[in-house]
Write a protein that binds this ligand. Structure first.
Ligand code: PMP
Length: 319
């Protein structure tokens, strides 16, 4: 594949987040506001120290015409845990959180487009942990409904920071600096995503998703203690694997084990289940049987064509 082709694939992959979209509304300060009015002051800690915690949510149109958000309660709980670890007060109840998300998504929904939303607690008042006040901000972007194409994966020279420096368990924007550098590095090498190794040189996760490998028919993923986010999608994939009779284990993965894996995928709320066709220039199965079965089952569950009891969807009607 020529360099230009690789770059256009990369661009289309990145366009998934739709950073170029400027949706009509943003939820901020307890209500919907026009996009242009959703601003933060340059003096607040959210800007000066990048202080925030956030969650990315995915919603899919369902066969009954409702719109379903995947594992909303689990995202709320993880947002609470991230906020707790950074001493950011988070006062919203689950119901208030759901209302904020629904208000915004409901206002922006378009037929035939799914949506990805980001719920962020930005620290808008306070100084070095004193008198901290945060505001819940929700932004949402349209997404196409296609199943993701398989991608090229590289292994970055950048590392996931250790639990004693910037814990992967905290979902905060500052935790994405290494991932950003890894993506810049990957782009120059024709890779659409990159794996970050942890402080011990083993697989931690990809820049915005977790890593799944298959060896001899069983699926393996590094546990959170290896420097991966406590992923909601990994929990889903584990439950789906069990119901398909596929063995699923969480254990450390060496870099060389990644390179000799039979099949590889990355998974996350936004990455969904994306198959890997090449790792560090080494080609993989075009039709990886185990991960393709898990990918198919994942989309059946989140799109509601074959629900799964573990994959709860918070559905609302789009009126
Ligand atoms: N790791 C990182 C760094 C991420 O940003 C994400 C996406 N939230 C994940 C892993 C996957 O987590 P989840 O399945 O909960 O979306």
């Amino acid at each position: 594949m020529g360099g230009q082709d690789v770059r256009s694939r990369i661009n289309s992959q990145e366009a998934k987040v739709m950073q170029l979209q400027r949706p009509k509304f943003v939820y901020m300060g307890g209500r919907l506001r026009p996009w242009d009015e959703a601003t933060l002051h340059v003096g607040c800690e959210a800007v000066t120290r990048g202080l925030n915690v956030f969650e990315g949510l995915k919603g899919y149109w369902q066969p009954d015409g409702s719109f379903g958000i995947v594992k909303l309660r689990q995202h709320y709980e993880r947002l609470r845990r991230s906020a707790r670890l950074l001493h950011i007060p988070f006062n919203q109840t689950y119901d208030e959180y759901v209302k904020a998300v629904r208000d915004l998504m409901g206002a922006l929904l378009e037929p035939d487009r799914d949506m990805w939303a980001r719920t962020t607690l930005y620290v808008i008042e306070g100084h070095w942990g004193e008198n901290t006040v945060a505001d819940l901000v929700v932004t949402a972007y349209h997404q196409n409904k296609q199943i993701p194409q398989s991608i090229n994966l590289g292994v970055s020279s950048w590392r996931r920071s250790a639990d004693v420096s910037l814990p992967a368990r905290i979902k905060t924007s500052t935790n994405y600096q290494a991932g950003r550098l890894a993506r810049i590095e990957g782009r120059a090498r024709g890779c659409e995503d990159m794996v970050l190794l942890n402080q011990w040189g083993r697989v931690a996760e990809a820049t915005g998703s977790c890593v799944l490998i298959v060896r001899d028919g069983a699926v393996y993923t590094p546990p959170a203690t290896e420097g991966a986010l406590e992923s909601i999608t990994v929990d889903i994939v584990e439950a789906l694997a069990h119901s398909l009779g596929i063995d699923f284990f969480r254990r450390p993965i060496d870099r060389t084990e990644l390179l000799v894996a039979d099949e590889i995928a990355i998974c996350g709320t936004l990455a969904e289940v994306t198959l890997i066709r090449e790792v560090e220039g080494l080609p993989l199965h075009k039709e990886p049987p185990v991960l393709r079965a898990l990918q198919d089952r994942y989309f059946q569950a989140v799109k509601g064509t074959m629900p799964h009891p573990f994959v709860e969807l918070s559905c609302f009607s789009a009126s």
